[in-house]
Ligand binder design. Sequence first.
Ligand code: IMP
Length: 211
Amino acid sequence: MPRRFEEDKLVVASHNPGKIREIAELLSRFPVDLVSAAELNLPEPEETGTTFEDNALIKAHAAAKASGLPALSDDSGFCVEALNGEPGVHSARWAGPDKDFARAMRNVEERLQMAGALEEDRRRAGFVAALALAWPDGHAETFDGRVDGIAVWPPRGDQGFGYDPIFKPDDHERTFGEMSADEKHGLDEYGDGLSHRARAFKKLVDACFDG
Ligand code: IMP
């Protein structure tokens, strides 16, 4: 049985404003006080894992230990098939120290061009997320989510963050960059979630928050 979240305060183990905003939106229906690792000035641990789940656990355990509060982390990335899954766990790194995602998206496109990946079926891509909820006593629960689609060029839309403007999910005409936050989450009354993060969140909420 997964451990239930019974506390009233939760650290969002992230320094990424786009992610912190989405996590706050996804948890908005629960009466829990959120504080981010950035606000608490917690150090950012080195993400030495080779999988999204490993890195999510590193971040959640570090924040729970440093704050003495339960902590929720998200490790996620953009995975392009023709690039052997890259940038993947290196998605943030591709933007460099200035967090320049225009450059990171250009880099994806240049590599796709070099690979001769011009047709849609050669441009399969997806976002992957792993969430980890860790408690100060060392217990943790993890959940994953994925959304598949294609990498488009040029970038479209200025909503969301990161690689959103070059990702068009299957069965949709617009990129994540052209969608409102609610549309990207896809969690209206009957929705199972559209984004990788919302899909992982649905599992987390079912296991640890609802019921
Ligand atoms: P992390 O903080 O190491 O997990 O870095 C994840 C990186 O993946 C982010 O900085 C973004 O570049 C990218 N990423 C993850 N989720 C999303 C998303 O929902 N939209 C766009 N980019 C994302």
